[in-house]
Ligand binder design. Structure first.
Ligand code: Q9C
Ligand code: ZN
Length: 678
């Protein structure tokens, strides 16, 4: 399987620049590229990537998407003087030509295709291309919004043609609607296009009706265009995560892409003068991480917008770090989406209900009285400031954000242990672990006794129990001391091991431990209430715990299939876990699971965005395949292809819905409709 991350950057793409005064275009500066690259160097990320050279995209490649007229106009600008360049630029909405623009745009296309080739040929597993000019506003016959050629759209057509791909996902997290990309693939069911964008009820550029949630695609492409309009500024980390949990990820897993392309604009990040949003750089690590779970990890990230240099460059770094599989910083801020975001999410779910099985049982009875489509009365600005004053305020605001980000990054970034996974001596070889593994010697019995007897005196008598506790504790200890990220312990007495692990970590000082039980296991009622959140996926009712907000039982029966479990993981476990923000995750896997190995791998994969990737797996089932899959997931391998999609059962969907309604006040990331309870 491919490993490694490609990075594509060519300094020549900084030569495209604005030669005259234009307040609309003056934010798209060459420093966007050079500063991002310098920040990557600063974090020593460049040297960890595979350098792939850019090349020029060929005319033939550009014509995959664009008209020959468009190509000829672009070509003709190479020999023009400033006046003429200005005149041609004026034919488009927000675009400027420089004599080297055509060359740069061809490099941007070529760089993107080089990235696709590197990933598709298995030279790397994923990668990022830093390109200018950006692409997603560019249309078959027109430059638009700083974009000349649609790099990502060309890449999708190229991948279809060259590699025969049938399903490509484009995720456009730029703050603007990539209307160009939407137009190009509107009727194409082989390309699923997702875009969120600042919209403000059509007030915000490009102010198109077709950027709203009800533009779902045309003809055969119906359902394959997903627009999530933000109707307020100030959207933050939790709004973006909610959009992924409740819209993009379920649909993306059902779509099952063979390749994922990201139109990666960072103008959706904090400090950006265009976006006016609040998301901090680490959220892009989480978004990237989620997308790495699709298409067997084949992920190509291509730069689009992003105009606050510090915010842009830190966000680029978070993205590349994540592609390199570094552990992910905890996402900051209150974990609750805002009402306006929930409204948008609800609307797009309703609009897509006819096309996606995940949404089949969505309640849309609220739709008739939804007023969000009509323009809200504009609040009149009683003290209108001049443009000039605006610039000054924005500028000092920009500096403020710069200082904030400097501190913020120092706070959230943490040293990464050189070795990722710990396991016990006896099992190391049989797992065939793919990455360097820290093989831990079991604690000796006396040590275990002295450690565990503080809180577990009665259980440390039995020899078998002592032995498995010894290896589990040695592994947990390495995690708590940050010598490794995660660990895998097998234990014939998982419930006891988990109980000891929970108490030990709480005694160590952890305030929030998330514990997930999968499969048949006796759950020992835990006494560290308030510091441990238990999610039980098994069928067994657990007595005595009902009513505690820290014990959630999914009561899953054996007949659940893969899709059911996916919907539970995406729509329930993940949102609850993100609401909780644990410092450590313990996942116990017992026998008689209703959940397949791929589901378990997915659970491990997705949860690694939490707790700075600190996960302890305690496994009672000794199935070698299971062990290997968990070990691989912990080492950061992508989830292997899981095969055909099976329809959901209404019973399971309803079960999740009822639980959601019950618990969304407590765990706010569960919220995805405004109908009741909010
Ligand atoms: N009143 C990208 O982020 N703004 N393009 C035009 C007109 C154009 C953004 C405002 C913003 C283009 C790639
Ligand atoms: Zn943008």
């Amino acid at each position: 399987m491919a490993s490694g991350t490609a990075l594509i950057y060519d300094e020549e793409m900084t030569s495209h620049k604005l030669l005259w005064n234009d307040p609309i275009c003056d934010i798209e500066v060459p420093e966007r590229l050079s500063t991002s690259y310098e920040q990557l160097q600063f974090y020593h990320l460049v040297e960890r990537c595979v350098h792939v050279p850019a090349r020029e995209g060929t005319e033939e490649e550009i014509l995959l998407v664009h008209s020959s007229e468009h190509l000829e106009v672009a070509k003709s600008t190479q020999k023009m003087g400033e006046e003429e360049l200005k005149r041609v630029s004026g034919n488009y909405d927000a675009f400027f030509f420089h004599p080297n623009t055509y060359r740069c745009a061809r490099l941007a296309v070529g760089a993107t295709l080089q990235l696709v080739d590197s990933v598709m040929l298995g030279k790397v597993c994923n990668g990022m291309a830093l390109v200018r000019p950006p692409g997603h506003h560019s249309q078959r016959n027109a430059a638009n919004g700083f974009c000349l050629f649609n790099n990502v759209a060309i890449a999708a057509e190229y991948a279809k043609l060259k590699y025969g791909l049938q399903r490509i996902l484009i995720v456009d997290w730029d703050v603007h609607h990539g209307q160009g990309t939407q137009y190009i693939f509107e009727e194409d069911p082989s390309v699923l296009y997702f875009s969120w964008h600042r919209y403000e009820h059509q007030e915000f550029w490009p102010s198109l009706k077709e950027s709203d949630y009800d533009a779902v695609g045309l003809g055969k492409g119906k359902g394959f265009n997903i627009n999530l309009p933000w109707n307020k500024v100030g959207m933050g980390n939790s709004d973006y995560l909610a959009a992924f949990f409740h819209v993009l990820l379920p649909v993306a897993f059902e779509f099952d892409p063979e390749l994922v392309l990201v139109s990666s604009g960072y103008d959706s990040g904090i400090g950006d003068p265009e976006g006016q949003m609040n998301a901090t750089p680490e959220v892009f690590a989480h978004l990237t991480h989620f997308l790495m779970q699709l298409a067997n990890g084949k992920l190509c990230v291509i730069l689009e917008g992003g105009y606050h240099l510090k915010s842009l460059s830190e966000s680029v770094c978070m993205t590349v770090k994540t592609l390199l599989r570094d552990p992910i910083p905890q996402v900051t801020g209150e974990m609750a989406p805002c009402l306006s975001a929930i409204e948008s999410i609800q609307n797009v779910r309703a609009a897509h209900k006819p096309y996606w099985k995940w949404l089949m049982y969505e309640d849309t009875s609220f739709l008739h009285n939804l007023s969000t489509k009509s323009h809200l009365p504009k609040t009149t600005n009683t003290n209108p400031s001049t443009d000039h004053e605006d610039k000054i305020t924005n500028n000092s605001e920009a500096v403020k954000i710069e200082r904030f980000l400097e501190l913020h990054m120092r706070n959230i970034l943490f040293p990464v242990p050189p070795i990722r996974t710990a396991t016990s001596e006896s099992k190391a070889s049989s797992y065939l672990l793919p990455a360097p593994v820290c093989v831990v010697k079991e604690m000796d019995k006396n040590e275990v006794k002295s450690l565990a007897s503080d809180f577990y005196a009665d259980l440390v008598k039995e020899d078998k129990t002592l032995h498995s506790l010894g290896s589990m504790l040695a592994i947990l200890d390495k995690i708590l001391k940050k010598e490794v990220c995660n660990g895998i312990a097998d234990s014939p007495t998982a419930s006891v091991s988990v109980d000891v692990a929970l108490r030990y970590s709480v005694h160590f000082g952890f305030q929030r431990v998330l514990c997930i039980f999968v499969g048949d296991m006796q759950i020992i009622p835990n006494t560290e209430d308030g510091k441990v959140l238990v999610i039980n996926v098994c069928e067994k009712e657990q007595s005595g715990k009902i009513g505690s907000k820290y014990f959630i039982s999914l009561n899953w029966k054996e007949d659940a299939d893969r899709s059911d479990f996916f919907s539970a993981v995406l729509g329930f476990i993940l949102p609850v876990a993100y609401s909780y923000q644990p410092n450590l995750i313990v996942i116990a896997v017992g026998p008689n699971r209703s959940i397949g190995i791929s589901g378990i791998s997915l659970l491990f994969g997705l949860l690694q965005g939490l707790a700075e990737s600190r996960i302890l797996a305690v496994i009672e089932d000794t199935d070698v395949n299971l062990m290997q899959s968990v070990a691989k997931a912990l080492a950061g391998a992508s989830v292997p292809h899981v095969g055909a999609y099976v329809p959901l059962t209404q019973e399971k969907v309803c079960k999740i819905k009822i639980l959601k309604d019950q618990l969304q006040q407590e765990w706010k990331m569960l919220q995805c409709s405004v109908k009741d309870g909010i």
